[in-house]
Design a binder for this molecule. Sequence first.
Ligand SMILES: [Zn+2]
Length: 57
Amino acid sequence: MTAPPDQDAACRAGRHVPGGRIVVDQHGTRHAHCRHCGCALSRLQSIRRWYRSGQLG
Ligand SMILES: [Zn+2]
């Protein structure tokens, strides 16, 4: 399965697509991995936006 080039550009721009399992911790923060580039993502309940955790290389 090959992702379209524009998704690659979107990832570089910080617009990732969470895929697979989404884990919700005790604080209501959601954790997932980008289905395209595989980076770690988090989403605060109050922000309603995914951002890159940046703890994995
Ligand atoms: Zn990504």
